[in-house]
Design a protein around this ligand. Structure first.
Ligand code: ASP
Ligand code: MG
Length: 593
């Protein structure tokens, strides 16, 4: 018999009317012959209210007691939901996290799931019950109640769907599904019929607040088909799966991260360990570093810029200043008036000429980009905050997201037979080592590329567009693009291309250098790109640091970096590729699946 998990968020159980309506959805699925598990959040703003109450009593409430308090919200909802099902004439049993046996680590208020027992739920289901599970909570080995972090009920739902091999996990919420961008920001945003896990991970981390990112990581690890849909209608919503239909469009969604700040570190020695030292300190201070770009000057020094949330800018500057000084570098001006615009899509991994379209569209709208980073399925550009909305609208339109076809697959989802078998293995294995452990899929070396860098590029709208249009016109396949901030008038632009197209790329770069009066041009014919890919790379913040440390210990210098939810890439000198690969393999053996 097939099993369906239905999760109802706070707004979907905000009052008795809504609880009854959610109960009717579960009963309907039950009548259709499914076994049904409901995962329920606290009613409405109940969790916020409890947080506020705690704040009125104590400035720093103990984390253990916070969990004790916050878990009550879900306990109220599951009891009421079970009563609702009972009142409709069906059997239901409510269970708390500890009654289910959702075992977590002991990091209160942000615990990670280690193991879930299935026996009790399964037998209740087999007796014909609808099982109502409290979201967001678990229990540690000493029987302390834990919670998974705000929004964590999504993670409970997908994790239960994974261990019980559910056919689908439905997330009922107050929006219709996943949109091409936040419809509250751009009214022309459209519903996306289906989206791939990797795309969704990127979009979620960019602030598409639909789902808890960790729940998508679970979905990907265990191949759970997740459907996000409205609790107010029967519309089919958006499906998050492994193999979203190939779309015509290279881009699936766009996002705006409004309140960013840019920090720049100038003239630090370009030697192994510099990056490691800087980012170690930031990690210790729990600063969440985002776009990291580094460019190498001809004189053996490097400039490193990165973005952070705006409200962490001052603190970050203070942490870094002494370290940078001791390294012989200096702090550049911090810019707190910037925002990040990103586009995400599986399509761009295989299509040429996506980046230049974005850059051209922004240039034509007279929007200048201060920094650029790309990964396989994401391009991000840093722009002035007063141009951020226009920038989002421009790229959203450029990629046809405002009018494009949005495929809406029909409701019944046929899971892939093959990955399904894999998933069982993965569940077994991870049930032993910790379901939310970091999982590294692969560490690979690509030594088929070259790097070209233009330095002192005038920082005006249109230069990046021109560079990558010419490059695309020559049929050159650009992989990584990094534009860093040099000073208020200048930027440095680096990109990587296949060795085979190095000569042609250099020719284009030389023309551009003359035409746009760029100060310098440098390159490396043989580079090695090292990629660690996996699941949880960003939420387990140590991954990038671990890479820097391993490379530092092996005395290997890092030239370029980019990070995404599922991959961290670094570029090193070509002759160090093999050694780099080995040291990374050693670093991550434990996390390899
Ligand atoms: N009630 C919790 C919160 O508000 C968990 C959830 O809703 O997912 O964060
Ligand atoms: Mg939520």
């Amino acid at each position: 018999m097939s099993l369906v998990v239905q999760k109802f968020g706070g707004t979907s159980v905000a009052d008795s009317e809504k609880i009854l309506s959610a109960a009717r959805k579960a009963v309907r699925a039950h009548q259709q012959g499914h076994q049904v598990i409901m995962v329920v959040s606290a009613m409405g703003k109940n969790t916020d209210m409890l947080v506020q109450l705690a704040g009125e009593i104590s400035e720093k409430p103990p984390a253990r007691e916070m969990d004790m308090l916050l878990s009550t919200g879900e306990q109220v909802s599951v009891a009421l939901m079970a009563m609702a099902i009972d009142s409709l004439g069906y059997q239901a049993v409510s269970l708390t996290g500890s009654q289910i046996g959702i075992q977590t680590d002991s990091s209160h208020t942000k615990a990670r799931i280690q193991h879930i027992s299935t026996a009790r739920i399964q037998s209740l289901l087999d007796q014909g019950n609808i099982v109502i599970a409290a979201g967001f909570q678990g229990i540690d080995e000493n029987l302390n109640i834990t919670t998974l972090g705000r929004g964590g009920s999504d993670t409970t739902a997908v994790a239960l769907a994974a261990v019980l091999q559910a056919e689908t996990c439905e997330i009922y919420t107050d929006v219709d599904g996943v949109y091409t961008t936040d419809p509250r920001i751009l009214p022309e945003a459209r519903l996306i019929g289906s989206v791939n896990y990797d795309e969704m991970l990127e979009l979620a981390s960019l602030g598409a607040g639909v789902m808890h990112s960790r729940s998508i990581e679970f979905g990907k690890k265990f191949n759970v088909a997740i459907r996000v849909r409205s609790s107010l209608s029967d519309a089919s919503g958006s499906l998050i799966i492994d193999h979203a239909q190939t779309r015509e469009l290279p881009v699936s969604g766009a996002a705006l991260t409004r309140d960013e700040a840019r920090i720049s570190i100038l003239d630090v020695p370009d030697v192994p360990g510099t990056i490691y030292e800087l980012f170690m300190k930031l990690a210790e201070a729990k600063v969440t570093v985002d776009m990291i770009v580094q460019n190498i000057a001809d004189d053996g020094t490097a400039d490193i810029s990165f973005t952070i949330p705006r409200d962490e800018a001052d603190e970050t500057f203070d942490i870094l200043r002494p370290i940078v000084q001791s390294l012989g570098g200096r702090m550049g001006k911090t810019d707190q008036e910037v925002s990040k615009v990103s586009v995400v899509g599986m399509g761009m991994a295989t299509q040429v000429g996506v980046a230049n379209r974005m850059f051209r569209a922004l240039a034509d709208a007279n929007i200048s980009m201060q920094m650029i980073t790309t990964s396989e399925i994401k391009i991000s550009a840093l722009v002035r905050r007063d141009q951020a909305l226009a920038a989002l609208r421009t790229v959203h339109k450029e990629f046809g997201l405002d009018t494009g076809v949005t495929d809406t697959p029909s409701f019944s989802y046929e899971p892939d037979p093959l990955p399904q078998i894999d998933a069982i293995d993965v569940v077994d294995r991870l049930q032993k080592i910790g379901m939310e452990s970091l999982m590294v899929d692969d560490i690979v070396l690509d030594d088929s590329q070259s790097r070209v860098t233009l330095t002192g590029v005038p920082n005006e709208a249109g230069v990046a567009a021109a560079v990558f249009e010419r490059v695309a016109d020559e049929g050159i396949f650009v992989d990584m693009i990094v534009q860093s901030y040099a000073d208020d008038q200048h930027a440095d632009i680096s990109f990587t291309v296949p060795n085979k197209q190095f000569a042609a790329s250099l020719e284009v770069a030389t023309q551009i250098q003359q035409e746009f009066k760029c100060q310098g041009l440098n390159y490396k014919r043989e580079i090695a790109k090292l990629t660690v890919s996996g699941i949880g790379l960003r939420s387990h913040t140590g991954v990038a640091i671990g890479m820097f440390k391993a490379l530092h210990d092996a005395k290997i210098n890092v030239d370029m970096i980019n990070t995404s939810e599922v991959r961290v890439n670094v570029v090193v000198d070509g002759c160090e590729g093999q050694a780099g690969l080995e040291c990374l393999r050693n670093q991550f053996t434990k996390a390899m699946r």
